[in-house]
Ligand binder design. Structure first.
Ligand code: A2H
Length: 257
């Protein structure tokens, strides 16, 4: 792991419909409002969310928290490790204490629908990403194929081989949604960078790390928003404003590790 402290934006993704494979999980949640918590560095790209990724083989849990939107008790879904960190940071119901209502296997979440704030889609499906690690963030990852090379390559593979990944083809969003434009790569930075580096697999870790670096820098220093409240403004200028808006509305919170 890195040198830390590392500041993530933890996005609260409200479950709108538990999938068929999550019947046991829905039972544990007992009708309590539940949020999948995704750790991201790029909340300015929320408009372009197409799916949510979890690791099929990873262990998650449901943890008691308080919803900043209405003060009611709610549940956060993340890894036990992230829940412990959150408890120490006072982000769960009781400071320094993790109150779990049960364990969840990533595979059970596939096909569940969530509502991502600020997104063009009202609801998106949870699908698998093999490269997710449980020693970083919450192990729930927002899929932003227009700007993230990893997300772009994984989406391509899910579309090509849904049966291999044990998902229904219609769970994978049909199209990318552009959020920003860059001088060198246009509105579909991730696709353009993957093409330039001739990446053809989501397992090409070394190449993808390079692509990630290029896409991130390009988006941050050269990007201009093409949608939303800050349309026409530079990413560098509005990045923190978008984050602060989300946190202010109780749709996200800062989480560090
Ligand atoms: B980022 P860093 Cl648009 N396993 O969010 C694998 N990847 C994880 C993860 C985990 N457990 N937890 C978080 N991540 C991803 C958006 C995004 C991200 C865009 C572009 C680049 C990008 C949408 N996916 O990250 O190693 C999350 O994906 C490029 C670095 O801590 C998170 O931000 O620097 C990023 O990795 C954190 O990676």
């Amino acid at each position: 792991e890195g040198v830390g402290p590392y500041e993530y934006i933890a996005m609260k993704l409200e479950v709108t419909q538990w999938g068929e494979r999550a019947a046991r999980v829905a039972e544990l949640a007992k009708g309590t409002k539940t949020y999948l918590i995704a750790a991201t560095l790029r909340s300015e790209t929320m408009h372009g969310v197409t799916n949510i990724f979890v690791g099929s083989h990873l262990e998650y849990g449901l943890y008691r928290a308080v919803d900043a939107r209405d003060g009611a008790e709610c549940l956060y879904l993340c890894t036990p490790r992230a829940a412990r960190n959150m408890a120490y940071q006072g982000l769960l119901k009781t400071e320094n204490q993790v109150e779990s209502v049960g364990e969840v296997k990533g595979a059970e979440l596939l096909g569940t629908k969530v509502h991502p704030a600020l997104s063009a889609h009202n609801e998106v499906y949870v699908v698998p990403m093999d490269s997710i690690k449980d020693n970083k963030g919450t192990a729930v990852v927002i899929c932003m194929p227009a700007d993230s090379p990893d997300d772009y390559m994984t989406t391509q593979e899910l579309r090509k081989k849904p049966e291999y990944y044990n998902i229904e083809p219609e769970w994978v969003a049909a199209e990318e949604i552009a959020v920003l434009t860059t001088p060198t790569y246009g509105e579909h930075t991730a696709a353009a960078v993957c093409k330039a580096l001739k990446i053809n697999s989501s397992k090409d870790a070394k190449q993808l790390a390079e692509a990630k670096e290029i896409a991130y820098k390009e988006g941050f220093y050269g990007g201009t928003m093409v949608v939303g409240k800050y349309k026409g403004e530079r990413v560098e200028t509005v990045k923190n404003k978008i984050r602060d808006d989300l946190v202010g509305e109780g749709l996200a919170f800062m989480y560090s590790e």
